[in-house]
Design a protein around this ligand. Structure first.
Ligand code: Z5A
Length: 209
């Protein structure tokens, strides 16, 4: 049996991760792979329940530490119950967000230390990393335009944080990609979805061998 591959898509809100996850999963399936398309927070019943706690706009919200623990708990369930079993049977996993979102949002945005976040990840998910992380980059004016057209009821709890928070998140993602070019592929997220999909397929091509 061939071994599975784990691909994560990362980037700010509205950069096209969900659209591109779907197109990538369809293309990989068409080339004969079993594909598990999933997302974070979420992907299992337990992690989806935690997602509702994290992103729902009811209540007073979470402090940075409680939020990081909830993301780590959701990820632990997702990794143990869905991602690792899929990889073990040779499936390709396409995941909309993973650990680099925690680093960028709870670390870069929220101010928690990298060391603490990676410790939580080691405890929760045994430090699992994707084989390839696709960082989709789109200027903030364009994501604002897309989200205004889509989210007529307003943003979720994290999406609604200020411009400065989201600027720190984007800068953090860019910094991770610069620091670890072997783990990341930076994808220009401007243009038609099909054109971006072709850039992604080029980046993923090296994983097939
Ligand atoms: N979060 C965290 O803090 N820590 C963590 O560890 C994790 C997550 C895992 C999850 O929100 C929130 O949790 C997120 C980070 C935080 N909050 N923020 N900000 P989510 O899952 O609800 O949403 P999201 O991950 O931020 O993504 P999104 O808003 O759904 O956007 P997207 O998936 O990147 O884009 P999309 O849905 O594919 O496209 C957005 C819109 O643009 C849509 O109307 C499309 O039709 C349109 N679109 C897509 N591609 C194009 C192109 N190429 N041109 C024009 N329009 C396009």
């Amino acid at each position: 049996m061939s071994s599975g591959r784990f691909i994560a898509l990362e980037g700010g809100e509205g950069t096209g991760k969900s659209t591109q996850s779907r197109l990538l999963a369809e293309a990989l399936r068409a080339s004969g792979h079993e594909v598990v398309q999933t997302r974070e927070p979420g992907g299992t019943a337990g992690a989806e329940a935690i997602r509702a706690l994290l992103l729902g706009v009811e209540g007073e919200g979470w402090g940075a530490r409680a939020e990081a623990l909830l993301f780590a708990a959701a990820r632990a369930d997702h990794v143990e119950r869905l991602i690792r079993p899929a990889l073990a049977r040779g499936a390709w996993v396409v995941c909309d967000r993973f650990i680099d979102s925690t680093r960028a949002y709870q670390g870069g945005g929220g101010g928690l230390s990298e060391e603490d976040l990676l410790t939580l990840h080691r405890i929760g998910s045994e430090g699992l990393l994707p084989d390839l992380t696709l960082l989709i980059e789109v200027p903030p004016q364009e994501t604002a335009r897309r989200l205004a057209a889509r989210d007529l009821d307003g943003p979720d709890r994290i999406g609604g944080r200020g411009e400065a928070y989201h600027a720190r998140v984007s800068a953090s993602f860019a910094g991770y990609a610069e620091a670890e070019p072997e783990r990341f592929a930076r994808i220009d997220g401007l243009g038609e979805p099909e054109a971006i999909h072709r850039r992604i397929m080029d980046a993923v091509a090296g994983l097939a061998s």
